[in-house]
Design a protein around this ligand. Structure first.
Ligand code: ADP
Ligand code: MG
Length: 233
């Protein structure tokens, strides 16, 4: 999507009073900023889910897509490691059942069929719009590191790649990214580049009130943004 198209999309959602951009749109926006995401398609029924999984190749992940379900796992709305046609049919039904059980009023737009990202080290990148500072970008390690240890750093956006690299160097958990017990160092170059791109993205679209990319899986070479959430002001 070009910038103008993204702006139009954002305005349309705001006009309809919708605050959360659906995951497929968030991923399209990330793609426009050269941020790699696993291949994915939105399936409206089981047959489509099977067809898409065959196209992108197993293993895949299924995720519920609903404006009323923001934290998908809390609703039992994410099933990972689906290996074949049999499993995907069962998982598709299970996701819909879980979503309805979680919120019977939730409007389900479909089920996202996404390629599995290989295991890697997980980081998060987020943004919040501060009344005083404007768009502020956050970086930290994912999982328990953010939830329990709050090992995160902030900068006023936008930041260039060098500033992004400095930001990454400030987290306490840096040795985990450098590699412990024989692990290879992660791809700091790609990570700094996307941190800078995301800081530019939120500056380009001031109507973004909050952005959460959690997790991003980072490898010795390359990375994938596995889950993205954009909340409008
Ligand atoms: P939410 O944060 O809304 O609960 P996520 O999309 O982050 O949903 O999925 C929950 C978890 O499932 C992620 O933290 C990640 O561990 C795993 N996961 C999600 N998508 C993938 C994927 N494409 N490949 C591998 N693991 C995934
Ligand atoms: Mg997530």
């Amino acid at each position: 999507m070009r910038k103008e198209e993204i702006s139009i999309q954002i305005e349309n959602f705001q006009k309809r009073g919708e605050k959360f951009l659906p995951e497929p749109i968030c991923e399209e926006i990330l793609t426009s900023y050269n941020i790699p995401t696993p291949t994915a398609y939105l399936a409206k029924n089981r047959e489509e889910a099977v067809k898409f999984a065959q196209k992108i190749e197993f293993p895949v992940v299924l995720k519920v897509v609903s404006p009323q379900i923001i934290h998908k796992s809390d609703a039992g709305g994410v099933i990972v490691g689906i290996k074949n046609e049999e499993e995907i049919k069962t998982a598709f039904d299970k996701i819909l059942e879980n979503a309805r059980g979680y919120n019977s009023k939730a409007k389900i737009e479909g089920v996202y069929v996404q390629k599995m990202a290989p295991p890697g080290r997980e980081v998060i990148i987020g943004s919040i719009k501060d009344r005083q500072f404007g768009q502020v970008i956050m970086f930290g390690l994912g999982g328990i590191f953010v939830e329990v240890l709050k090992d995160v750093v902030f900068r006023v956006a936008p930041i260039d790649k060098e500033e992004a690299r400095e930001m990454i160097n400030e987290i306490k958990g840096l040795p985990i990214l450098k590699g412990v017990r024989g692990e290879k160092q992660i791809d700091f170059d790609s990570l700094s580049a996307i941190l800078s791109s995301i800081s530019q993205l939120v500056v380009d679209f001031p109507k973004i009130g909050q952005l959460d990319i959690n997790p991003i899986r980072v490898y010795p070479k390359g990375l994938y943004a596995v889950d993205a959430r954009i909340i409008l002001e």
